[in-house]
Design a binder for this molecule. Structure first.
Ligand code: NAP
Length: 317
């Protein structure tokens, strides 16, 4: 498995397992099967509601001697309702208890959006805290303190624009090593990936297969479908691989990290095997032309004009 260096002491496997929407009862089996197949990188988050079951699987594969803690790369994310500086450490400690781990490899600020304590998803503007009430640099200080305490080896951000990273770098004592954002041929974000790489920040692409199991409220009838694109299908046929493998190998070939979610053993294996495939430069260039700047996760959940959040301020575009 290709790895990508984050700094002089850590390297992250270029393909990991996504766990959003992996349901109770499924996620234990999926994580265990994935690690048996060879996955060493698991992408988690407190808000996915399944970290305790993932922790059970991690404990069992380690107890069975299939893998050691040092061989695993575990990422988790701080939810939006714990952005006050003093809330960050308890949130991470809860995640560590659930995952049955002493430390994370990477802890990310999930969204540049703050919610009131105890609110999982906003029902009205009252549920938000403005970025004046919960400034991102202060949340970041909370994450930095977790590195000092050895609770996580690395920290990073998710869903951050170039502008928000630039602002964070002004005050950060510890630089972010990662920005996790949506990436696939219909949302290539070339400028953002280039900017992050120029700053020594690596980029993980989420929803790389188009997140077909995303909640219905995030779907529209005319949303484009990656699996249907003739160029993707032609390339799949040329290499004798699946459309999903084309998307995953494209992501790795452009030096990004990719975290497809699956709970199906056959697809887990297929996705893992994509990391060993190379696409030639012509095919990379053909996929490079498919950008629609289309988001499957469009951020509408995080709009509250009253508290200063619009889609324009979220994505800075
Ligand atoms: N930072 C953030 O804000 C953020 C946002 C979204 C996602 N993420 C992370 O990124 C991960 C991946 O994104 P995602 O879950 O949105 O979507 P995704 O990985 O693009 O797509 C998942 C869907 O694809 C199916 N699938 C998986 N492998 C397949 C294959 N080889 N062929 C056909 N279908 C396949 C899955 O079904 P089966 O399970 O039945 O195989 C599931 O329905 C998440 O799980 C999460 O860890 C982070």
């Amino acid at each position: 498995m290709k790895t990508i260096s984050l700094n002089d002491h850590d390297a992250i496997p270029a393909l990991g397992l996504g766990t959003w929407k992996s349901a109770e009862g499924d996620v234990y089996k999926a994580v265990k099967a994935a690690i048996e197949i060879g996955y060493r990188h698991i992408d988690c988050a407190a808000i996915y509601g399944n970290e305790a079951e993932i922790g059970h699987a991690l404990q069992d594969v380690m107890a069975a001697g299939i893998v050691t803690r040092e061989e695993l790369w575990i990422t988790s994310k701080l939810w939006n309702n714990a952005h006050q500086k003093e809330q960050v450490r308890p949130a991470l400690e809860k995640t560590l208890r659930d995952l049955r781990l002493d430390y994370l490899d990477l802890y990310l600020m999930h969204w540049p959006v703050a919610l009131a304590a105890g609110v999982a998803f906003p029902a009205s503007s009252d549920d938000f805290l403005s970025l004046h009430e919960a400034p991102l640099p202060e949340t970041w200080e909370g994450l930095e303190a977790c590195v000092d305490l050895g609770l996580t080896k690395n920290i990073g951000v998710s869903n951050f624009s170039i502008g928000k990273i630039e602002a964070l770098l002004q005050t950060a004592r510890i630089r972010p090593v990662m920005n996790q954002v949506e990436l696939h041929p219909y949302l290539q974000q070339k400028n953002l990936v280039e900017y992050c790489h120029s700053q020594g920040i690596q980029v993980t692409g989420y929803s790389p297969l188009g997140s077909n199991d995303r909640p219905e409220r995030l779907k529209k009838a005319d949303d484009p479908v990656l699996a249907d694109h003739p160029t993707i299908l032609e390339i799949a046929e040329k290499y004798g691989i699946s459309w999903a493998q084309v998307l995953l190998t494209w992501a790795i070939n452009r030096d990004t990290i990719v975290i497809p979610k699956s709970v199906n053993p056959e697809r887990l294996r297929q996705n893992f095997e994509a990391a060993a495939i190379d696409l030639d430069a012509d095919d990379m260039a053909r996929i490079g032309e498919l950008d629609l700047h289309f988001r499957f996760i469009n951020g509408a959940t995080w709009v509250s004009e009253e508290k200063g959040y619009t889609l324009a301020t979220l994505w800075d575009e």
